[in-house]
Design a protein around this ligand. Sequence first.
Ligand SMILES: [Zn+2]
Length: 136
Amino acid sequence: MLENQELRKAGLKVTLPRVKILQILEGSQGLHMSAEDVYKALLDAEEDVGLATVYRVLTQFEGAGLVIRHNFDSGHSVFELARGEHHDHMVCMESGEIIEFIDEEIERRQKEIADKHGYEIVDHNLVLYVKPKQKS
Ligand SMILES: [Zn+2]
C-alpha cells in the first residue's frame, strides 16, 4: 500500500491508525481537517480509533513533516497533507470554509519587502479572514 511506503519514508512505523488517518487526509474531504473531523470520518468508516489517538497521530505526522498544522483564528487547528506546494489560505468567518489561493504578485511583493529590509524569506503564512460579499 502507498500509505505504508509514505509512513516508512517519513520514518514512522506502519500502524493501522496511522494508515487509516493518512488515507482520510488523502481523501477528497481531507484538504483541511481538524482532529475532530478526522475522528468523525473514522467513525463513519466504522474504524475504532479514539480521539486521543487521532491527536497523537496527527502530532506525529506533523513532526515527521507529513502534514502541516494551521492555527486559523476561526477555531481548532486544521491539518493538511504537506504537498510541497506553497499556497495561502482564506477562511470564511461565516461558514468556516477554507479556500486556497496563490498569487504571484503577492509572492513577489513579499520577497521585495523582506529584501528591502535586508532579509530573505524562509517561510510565510498568509491568511485572509473573509465573509461573503453583501449583495447590493
Ligand atoms: Zn491548504
